[in-house]
Design a protein around this ligand. Structure first.
Ligand code: GLN
Length: 228
């Protein structure tokens, strides 16, 4: 087990509500299942003690307390969300405080502003940042790097980026949790922001669901537990 993160500690310190063991509670966490690597997130969420539930409709969304938005293709995800009538309900859920975590295409979905998006591309928004799609370059299908994440105890996260976005800029509202190292060996990617949080919204450019390191999901599940 890794050292408890600050969020773990907050959960432990918090008094139990109505006798419910707060820290052990298994929150129902939706996974937006219009497109993308849904199964991988479900597996990791289960390993972190949450109950994953697929979200494809407004009814599904109403039955979950938090939402993971997987990696995939944000233009397709956006189009499907509009087609099935989910885009506005997703925005409403986000605005009313539902915790959401987006990886890669999911990060794009949580961005208030996009560079390199399609003109008609819709996002859920909520994180006051500009995200650049396919930022690592069209030729760069996959890029790997160790990223120190400020809120996680233990070694840096081995991050896998697949046709990934990076965060071009953030406002003061946004907490930067991780960047690519400043080493010039990383070229244009050096120093780029790749993990952020704003309130109960978390986003990473990379795919922690693919590497067997569950700390990012654990962090999110703990955030869901303490948010409720
Ligand atoms: N390039 C994709 C997009 O723009 C994201 C890739 C991913 O999620 N692995 O949506």
């Amino acid at each position: 087990m890794n050292q408890p993160s600050p969020v773990d500690r907050a959960a432990v310190d918090r008094p139990r509500v109505a006798g419910r063991p707060h820290v052990d509670r298994a929150p129902v966490v939706g996974v937006l299942s219009l497109q993308g690597d849904v199964r991988e997130h479900e597996r990791v969420l289960r390993a972190c003690g949450a109950h994953p539930r697929r979200v494809r409709s407004v009814e599904d969304l109403a039955s979950v307390e938090a939402l993971v938005i997987p990696g995939g293709e944000s233009t397709t995800m956006s189009k499907l969300a509009v087609d099935v009538g989910l885009i506005e309900p997703l925005r409403k859920a986000r605005a009313s405080g539902m915790p959401m975590y987006g990886s890669c295409a999911g990060m794009i979905m949580l961005a208030d502003r996009l560079e390199g998006g399609r003109p008609d591309q819709q996002t859920i928004g909520g994180i006051d940042m500009t995200v650049r799609r396919n930022a690592f370059g069209r030729q760069v299908d996959s890029f790997e790097a160790d990223i120190g994440i400020t809120v996680l105890a233990g070694p840096p996260v081995h991050a896998v980026f697949i046709r990934a976005p990076w965060v071009e800029s953030v406002t003061d509202e946004v907490e930067v949790m991780g960047r690519v190292e400043g080493d010039p060996a990383f070229g244009r990617a050096a120093g780029r922001i790749v993990a952020v949080r704003q309130g109960s919204l978390v986003a990473t450019s990379f795919h922690p669901e693919l590497t067997g390191d569950h700390r990012v999901h654990e962090y999110f599940v703990n955030l869901v537990r303490t948010a409720s």
